[in-house]
Design a protein around this ligand. Structure first.
Ligand code: M6R
Length: 611
């Protein structure tokens, strides 16, 4: 949450920072600000989006070859001009932008107030700016040393960029718990919360580690840690095409990402599944596959959509590998003293790789000596670096706040992991394994055929765009899909929606059903099909409206439901990969028709780096 961008070099910093902030707006968009340096610092900031910042800087001096920019997702203090970043210390010596939370900010603020510091904002970041300044003046040290010493007093998470008015040729960057990437160009450096603002200038990047402090000045880049120990600068090459972060002719990133799913799944399987000789390899698990095969328990930890993928993973591992699985909200798991044994395997799933609760769950699992694996989309993010081993989803950058292609790519990886484990421990026969490979090979094409029904789904959206409530029902593998469909609808269209196991409806939610209530039923062919048909009858008997997702050629449900959306037949274990697609499109079109900001829904941010 919050996006930070910085530039140090010979070019004008303003356009680079503004462009970078727009790329990071998915991380937060309630206020924006910029600081520009030549001989001294100028700060401009306002409530609202980066476009509003551009408006207020139209007639201002925006020159400078060094600068910092910020797009905010509010934690401490409401969105307002004064709470927007950058924050300037009381004597105007330091300017700070920050992503994260300073947990002990209240105590630090009281201590600084006792030293006559006066605060303008309600933010924890202003406390940090003043703390750095206080240390700098009191100890009469360099700005980077002041940052280092100030950070030793801080509890919490931060990714920060700092400049000092008395040393206008230096940028100081530091991180702990919040991401920060530095791009290295020719005589220039780019700083950002993730690589997307950097890739059009350079593909050489340095990922800061927790407790690193980077100093960029005329001498180049140096990294020390918070104990003042020099660190090696490790430059890595990243491989993201600029097209992957543009909208590519689509109205919204979300729609583009929905339509990218056939490619995302193909890319996720590439080099791993060999359809010709029916082999499956996951290089990232090579060292740990024996432990995974022999474990007596898998615990999956994740949040939001990734948690829903984890629920599908539970079915997959239990069915293919016969290993018991528990799926936990990372935020609950980290605080409830869970029983974790040394032989347990904990799988953390995350698109961003930066979710604070998931990272904390990983730490806890490591403390209990579990083997911790990651399933992650963002290469080089914190979760892959914190886990013992793992598998990347290769879905490409996901920028829309509502997760779509990350979900199907995560389920694809979980399917492959469960198949690999089941094949090794012989819970899955060769015949079953090979049949699944063939089925998986067909999924991208089947998704394409569902995407071709977008106009049909749009017409259904038009009818229900004014609904105030919706219920999503599914059984077995399709219960997590019901949860995911409900989450998609509520997060982007603000319609209240609930997902339920279909058979649970009669234990409560059935009371909600009336002639205005759309009930979206996942009813593709499997062993529970007849039961789900009964659930549809129960809804219809109470005058509810049924939108059913059915297998192609289903004639039974067509006679009962108000609308049917057909998806191709697949093995039931792979049905989540198909049935979720119409739900994503339905939510998307409803949200657009309601005039909602689909890519940046209110109150949300893409990467939840605070707990
Ligand atoms: O980056 P992560 O997968 O760890 O993010 C987890 C959730 O914050 C995320 O899935 C969130 O629920 C999305 N807005 C769902 O669309």
């Amino acid at each position: 949450m919050c996006g930070i961008v910085g530039y140090y070099g010979n070019k004008e910093a303003y356009p680079i920072i503004i462009k970078g902030l727009k790329r990071l707006e998915y991380r937060g968009y309630d206020s924006a600000g910029i600081a520009l340096m030549n001989h001294s610092v100028r700060v401009y900031k306002c409530k609202g989006k980066v476009s509003e910042l551009e408006e207020i800087t139209k007639d201002k001096d925006i020159s400078g070859n060094i600068g910092l920019g910020h797009t905010r997702w509010a934690t401490h203090g409401e969105p307002s001009n004064v709470n927007a970043h950058p924050h300037v210390s009381m004597n105007s010596l330091f300017v700070v932008i920050h992503n994260g939370i300073i947990e002990n900010y209240n105590r630090l603020r009281t201590e600084l107030e006792a030293e006559d510091y006066i605060f303008k904002s309600e933010t924890d970041t202003e406390v940090l700016a003043n703390l750095i300044e206080y240390v700098y003046i009191k100890l009469n040290i360099s700005p980077d040393e002041a940052v280092r010493i100030a950070l030793t007093k801080v509890i919490g998470a931060y990714g920060i960029l700092v400049v000092c008015n008395e040393h206008p040729d230096t940028i100081i960057a530091a991180r702990k718990g919040s991401p920060l990437v530095i791009g290295k160009g020719h005589g220039e450096y780019f700083f950002a919360s993730d690589a997307t603002p950097i890739i059009e200038y350079t593909n050489s990047v340095i990922y800061l580690n927790d407790n690193d402090i980077a100093i960029v000045n005329k001498k180049g880049l140096h990294i020390r840690d918070i104990r003042n120990i020099e660190q090696t600068v490790k430059v890595q090459k990243i491989d993201i095409e600029i097209d992957a972060i543009e909208k590519g002719g689509f109205d919204h990133y979300m729609l583009k990402e929905i339509f990218e799913q056939p490619k995302a799944i193909t890319d996720t399987c590439r080099g791993r599944l060999n359809y010709y000789d029916k082999t499956l390899k996951l290089g990232g698990l090579h060292q740990v596959i024996d432990a995974l095969t022999k474990t007596e328990r898998i615990i999956i930890v994740a949040c939001g959509t990734s948690w829903h993928a984890g629920l599908v993973g539970e079915f997959l591992f239990e069915e293919f590998a016969r290993i018991p699985v528990e799926v936990e909200y990372a935020s609950e798991f980290r605080y409830r003293n869970p029983i974790i044994n040394p032989g347990d395997v904990v799988i953390a799933i995350s698109q961003s790789g930066e979710t604070a609760d998931t990272l904390a769950a990983i730490q806890l699992a490591k403390e209990h000596r579990a083997l911790v694996l990651g399933i992650c989309n963002v290469v080089g993010s914190s979760i892959p670096r914190e886990t013992d081993a793992g598998v990347y989803t290769h879905a490409g950058p996901e920028i829309g706040v509502a997760s779509t292609k990350a979900f199907t790519a995560q389920v694809t990886v979980l399917t492959m992991m469960a198949m690999l484990t089941g094949a090794k421990n012989k819970a899955l026969t060769d015949k079953e394994h090979n049949a699944l490979i063939d089925e998986l090979a067909l999924i991208p094409e089947k998704i394409n055929s569902i995407l071709a029904k977008a106009e049909e789904i749009k017409k259904i959206a038009e009818i229900y765009k004014d609904a105030t409530n919706a219920l999503y029902l599914g059984r077995g593998y399709l219960y997590p899909v019901a949860l995911e469909g409900a989450l998609k609808l509520k997060e982007i269209s603000y319609i209240h929606a609930e997902g339920y196991p279909a058979a649970e409806m009669k234990h409560g939610p059935i009371a909600l059903i009336d002639e205005k209530m759309p009930v979206i039923v996942l009813a593709t062919v499997d062993k529970s099909y007849e039961k789900v048909v009964n659930n549809i009858q129960e809804v219809k008997a109470r005058k509810g409206i049924v939108i059913a997702i059915v297998t192609e050629g289903d004639t039974t449900i067509r006679t009962m439901a108000d609308h049917v959306i057909e998806v191709p037949y697949s093995d039931f274990a792979l049905a989540p990969l198909l049935t979720v697609i119409p739900l994503q499109l339905l939510s998307y079109y409803i949200a657009v028709m309601r005039g909602c900001n689909v890519d940046q829904p209110r109150n949300l941010a893409k990467s939840v780096t605070v707990e």
